[in-house]
Each structure stands twice: as structure tokens, then as C-alpha cells.
Design a protein around this ligand. Structure first.
Ligand code: PMP
Length: 361
């Protein structure tokens, strides 16, 4: 069978080693004669899985003791509602940095609960799409918090600067970049991420929340989105997505074995350099994001002749390079190259692109 490399933006590729392990133990997990999906989330066996996964995640991101880690349902979009619900308090406004599609979607949801103050940080640099540096973000004094998205999965734009906004509560949607590079958790009030890109299967959402922000939820916030309720119940107020939790735990162990976030950071840089390097050298492929804001996780690119898009997608699929179609709002191509994508996968893609250009350019 052709070696397949899956460039899907999410649900995305998982490490092959993790899938093999899950396959081996699927029907007889830990000698129980049943799968991990079929046992109680409160059983001692599952509790051990849950605790180990949390500890490994904490180790990987060096999460300080005064932060809770919550294993939630509902994807990142549920967090778009949970954030204002938990953090607004008596305030009527929060600062929302609009850097792309997902940051904008968070604003739309927040409008149901408050009057978000939108900061449009999109700009251009040498004719390419870029984001204003954080020092130029015009934050307000009375905002309950500031929300931003460090990696725009669709736009292929990243904000790699780490926030340094004094006492302001910084909230960030790390859905498509969590665990891809080291971050200083201390700079954030809340970090959240849907699992289905860099962590594990869809259905699980990770939330890292500073303890002093718990217990402030609006009375109408559903209990399953109330951080205090989730924290008090060890993320088991209701039945958690146990299989996704277990599989994410395997991914955390895989990442630790690879040397952790510091090591994967270097590999991610090498992968991105390889693909952007090829795009920049060629007149046939184009990426229109300024270098300093280029995402290392989601790399959109256009062909000089858009009428070749379909041929490109058909041919790439035939050689095992899957899911390269760009998002419908952007068009063209997009290669999502999260932690689980090996360097060889990106090499296979660039080899194909060079050959495609030679034949069609
Ligand atoms: N934020 C970002 C950055 C995303 O990439 C996505 C999903 N592509 C979402 C939010 C929405 O996530 P979910 O589908 O898990 O609600």
C-alpha cells in the first residue's frame, strides 16, 4: 500500500506509533478483556489513565501548580461561550483581537453575552498579510479580559509573540498550535484547545485555567461549561469523552518519548522551513503571509494557475498525499503539518510539488 501522509487540518493525522498501540490493546485493554471505551470513567483503571494524561500534559507544557487542567466536551466553539460565561463577572466588555477566521468566530459568539471590543490587528507588510505587533494592540483599561488566537488554522497566520500585558487576563485559543512549541503558561489566564489537531481525536477540549479565575461563572452558564464545577469534579461532572482522553494520553507519552515540546519545536521548524523554502523559491507556488506571521502548523499556498488546482489535488491523492485542499473561504491548497506529521511527509509533499511544477509549470 502507498504510504499515506494526511495533511488534514483536523481531525488530523495522529502518530503512527500511537495508533498501532491503540490497535494492539483495543479489544483487551490492560488485560481486562474489554476495551477502554467500555469501562466506567470512575473505575480505578480509567482514573489512572486520566491522572497520567493530565500529569504528562502538565509536564510537557510545564504548567504551574496554580493552574487547573480541565478535560472538556464541546470543542473550541463551546469555549467561545464558556470564556465570557466564566470570566466577564460584572463587566460588560472584553477585548477581542481579530486576527483571522477563528478569532472572528469567537467574537461573534461573545456578542451573545457582552459587547466585545474588537481590535482589528490585520495589516500588510511588503504587500503580504501580517498582524500588528502586540505593542501596537490598543487594549482598553476596563475590559474583563483580552482574547486572541495564536494560530489561525484557515488563514495560515500565527502570532508567535508571547503576551506581556501586565495584570490583564489573557485568554488564548491554542486549538491548532498547542504543544507545538514551548510557551510560558504564566502569561495566560486561560488557554484552551480542541484536541483534534495536535493532541488526539475530536471530542475532547483541553482548558488550562488559573485558579483565581474559578468560581466567577454567570449563574446561567451551563454547569458543564462552569470551570469551577469541572475543576471540583476532576472534569467528571458528567461522563467525559473517555476514549479521546485515553488516546490523547498516549499522544502525550509519545511526545515525551520524542524529547518533549522543545524537541518537537525544532522538528516543526524544519518542516515549515522545507515547505516555505520551496514555495518562496518557486514562481509557480505562492504564500501571501509575511514571514514573521507565517504559521508553522497550517501552510496555505496557491498555484500560479488556479485552473490546475483540481489536477494538483487528484495527482497528490494518487501518490498518498491526502487532504491538501484549502479551506473554502481561502481556496487554493493548505498543508496542515501538526506534530504527528513526520519530516518525511513534508519531504514527500515538496518532492511532489517540484515534480508537479516541472510537468505543469
Ligand atoms: N479555533 C481554532 C483555531 C480552530 O482551528 C477551530 C477548528 N478548526 C476552532 C476554533 C473550532 O473548533 P471546534 O470545531 O473544536 O469547536
Amino acid at each position: 500500500m502507498t504510504q499515506v501522509y494526511n495533511f488534514s487540518s483536523g481531525p488530523a493525522m495522529l502518530p503512527a506509533e500511537v495508533l498501532r498501540r491503540a490497535e494492539q490493546e483495543l479489544t483487551n485493554w490492560h488485560g481486562l478483556g474489554t476495551s477502554v471505551m467500555e469501562i466506567s470513567h470512575r473505575s480505578k483503571e480509567f482514573m489512572q489513565v486520566a491522572e497520567e494524561a493530565e500529569q504528562d500534559f502538565r509536564d510537557l507544557l510545564k504548567i504551574p501548580a496554580n493552574y487547573k487542567v480541565l478535560f472538556c466536551h464541546g470543542g473550541a466553539r463551546a469555549q467561545f461561550a464558556a470564556i465570557p460565561g466564566n470570566l466577564l463577572g460584572n463587566a460588560s466588555s472584553a477585548d477581542y483581537v481579530d486576527g483571522g477566521y477563528w478569532a472572528h468566530s469567537a467574537i461573534k459568539e461573545a456578542e451573545k453575552y457582552c459587547s466585545p471590543r474588537t481590535l482589528d490587528v490585520k495589516t500588510t507588510l511588503d504587500g503580504k498579510r501580517a498582524i500588528l505587533p502586540m505593542s501596537e494592540w490598543d487594549l482598553s483599561d476596563d475590559a474583563a479580559y483580552v482574547h486572541f488566537c495564536p494560530n489561525e488554522t484557515i488563514d495560515g497566520i500565527a502570532i508567535d509573540e508571547q503576551p506581556d500585558f501586565g495584570n490583564k487576563i489573557v485568554v488564548a485559543d491554542f486549538s491548532s498550535t498547542i504543544l507545538s512549541r514551548p510557551i510560558d503558561v504564566n502569561r495566560y489566564g486561560v488557554i484552551y484547545a480542541g484536541a483534534q489537531k495536535n493532541v488526539g481525536p475530536a471530542g475532547l477540549t483541553l482548558v488550562i485555567v488559573r485558579e483565581d479565575l474559578l468560581g466567577k461563572a454567570h449563574p446561567y452558564v451551563p454547569s458543564i461549561l462552569d470551570y469551577q464545577v469541572l475543576a471540583e469534579n476532576g472534569s467528571m461532572f458528567n461522563t467525559p469523552p473517555t476514549f479521546a482522553w485515553y488516546l490523547s494520553g498516549l499522544v502525550f507519552k509519545w511526545l515525551k518519548e520524542k524529547g518533549g515540546v522543545g524537541e518537537i519545536d525544532k522538528i516543526n521548524q524544519a518542516k515549515a522551513d522545507l515547505l516555505y523554502g520551496l514555495i518562496d523559491k518557486s514562481d509557480f507556488y505562492r504564500n501571501d503571509v509575511a514571514t514573521k506571521n507565517r504559521s508553522r502548523m497550517n501552510i496555505p499556498f496557491q498555484l500560479a494557475d488556479a485552473s490546475l488546482d483540481k489536477v494538483f489535488l487528484d495527482e497528490s491523492l494518487k501518490v498518498g498525499l491526502h487532504a491538501l485542499k484549502g479551506h473554502r473561504v481561502v481556496g487554493g491548497m493548505r498543508a496542515s503539518i501538526y506534530n504527528a506529521m513526520p519530516l518525511e511527509g513534508v519531504k514527500a509533499l515538496t518532492d511532489f510539488m517540484i515534480d508537479f511544477e516541472r510537468r505543469h509549470g
